[in-house]
Design a protein around this ligand. Structure first.
Ligand SMILES: *[C@@H]1O[C@H](CO)[C@@H](O)[C@H](O)[C@H]1NC(C)=O
Ligand SMILES: *[C@@H]1O[C@H](CO)[C@@H](O)[C@H](O)[C@H]1NC(C)=O
Length: 368
């Protein structure tokens, strides 16, 4: 019986051999495929986790941006109040001085300049901060997934961007508020003076008149060659903020210079100007809406046919209304205008793009 089986095996040796190889080969192949699947799954899980982590980082970064913008508004307001001090002119006017008319003229220019400077300042601040914090946020995310990659400063603090550099980089926003904005106000004031310098205080103007005056001022301010808000960019990032490179730069200076360069690239991009322009549009709307409220109050309630566009108001009467707009635009939280800026879809998109670019692993990290 046993010998018969043996004879059978001998007879079908070849077939069995092929069959066995087939089974074994399949088994190895099966193992290979299974291993591959597991690798793919693990990789997917890892990518998914990184995606969730990155998303989480991004969201919390946007909250930080929101809070930072709101926290900087009082500083902005302070610069505006100091640089365009309409209060002391109003005080002077109360004493009925001989140069009353000159003071009124000065008040006219200052009030318009101040409310528009509030618009530009708030918009520039909110977009600039969004860019800066998302660049830094991108680097932080990379640090969080590769903790050992960073620059080792003083043997303890490990981060791609050491704290000192972060502080210097973010202080650019403070420099904008303290210096860039002041320079911008002088520039804006010239444009305002050219448009309304000759406008008599007694002149009666309609809401449409005011709209076209503001349009003209805006044209003068934003007479950029290709991008409309291009003229604002030099005030956001002045060149002297780049560290002196004539001496041997320290690694920190080099890193800061690199960050500033990266920021500059974004500030020069068309996307940045699209968002800034959209913000400024909303700012001008806010100014006009506020003045329109005042025009509406002048409508006589008896006459149902009276239309807001038929109302005309003397320039002198509009000055206090325009002057107070700055306090609305630069109000502390809850600030409706800033809220509107922070909610802008275009701003969110810009933030997401910047963050995306700077949190990519293949992104060229600073070498110091
Ligand atoms: C930022 O503020 C806006 C307006 O308040 C809000 O809609 C948005 O959700 C905030 N973003 C985050 C991430 O908190
Ligand atoms: C106001 O608008 C009217 C009608 O367009 C125009 O005739 C008038 O000159 C404008 N006034 C000022 C001060 O611009």
């Amino acid at each position: 019986m046993f010998s018969r089986l043996w004879a059978c095996i001998k007879r079908h040796r070849r077939k069995l051999f092929v069959f066995g190889t087939f089974i074994g080969g399949s088994w190895i192949l099966y193992r290979l495929i299974w291993r591959k699947i597991r690798q793919i799954r693990e990789e997917e899980d890892r990518q998914y986790l990184n995606f969730v982590k990155r998303q989480h980082h991004f969201e919390s970064n946007q909250r930080t941006c929101n809070m930072t913008v709101l926290a900087m508004i009082p500083n902005l307001r302070e610069t505006l109040v100091k640089t365009l001090d309409t209060e002391s002119i109003k005080e002077l006017l109360k004493t009925n001085p001989p140069n009353k008319l000159d003071l009124w003229e000065e008040l006219k220019i200052m009030s318009v300049t101040r409310s528009l400077a509030a618009v530009y300042g708030t918009c520039m601040l909110s977009v600039m901060l969004r860019v800066q914090l998302n660049i830094v946020g991108g680097y932080f995310y990379l640090d969080s997934i590769h903790p050992a990659n960073g620059l080792n400063v003083e043997g303890s603090y490990k981060s791609t961007i050491p704290q000192k550099v972060q502080e210097r980089y973010l202080s650019l926003v403070k420099q904008f508020i303290d210096q860039g904005l002041v320079d911008f106000i002088h520039f804006l004031r010239l444009a305002v003076t050219k448009e309304i310098g000759c406008l008599s205080l007694k002149e009666l103007i309609s809401l449409d008149n005011l709209t076209s005056i503001l349009d003209h001022i805006r044209e003068r301010v934003e007479c950029g060659v290709d991008k409309p808000t291009q003229s604002l960019y030099p005030y956001l990032l002045t060149s002297e903020q780049v560290p002196d490179i004539s001496s041997v730069p320290s690694p920190e200076d080099a890193l800061l210079e690199r960050l500033v360069g990266e920021t500059r690239d974004i500030l020069e991009s068309a996307d940045f100007h699209t968002v800034l322009k959209e913000s400024v549009d909303r700012g001008y709307h806010c100014v006009l809406d506020t003045v329109a409220e005042h025009y509406k109050e002048q409508l006589s309630p008896e006459d149902s046919n009276s239309r807001i566009h038929d109302v005309s108001i003397a320039v002198a009467k509009l000055i206090p209304v325009i002057n107070s707009i700055m306090l609305k635009i630069c109000a502390d939280a809850p600030n409706q205008f800033v809220q509107e800026l922070l909610l802008m879809e275009e701003l969110k998109q810009l933030a997401a793009n910047v963050y995306e670019a700077f949190s990519q692993e293949q992104y060229n990290k600073p070498r110091v």
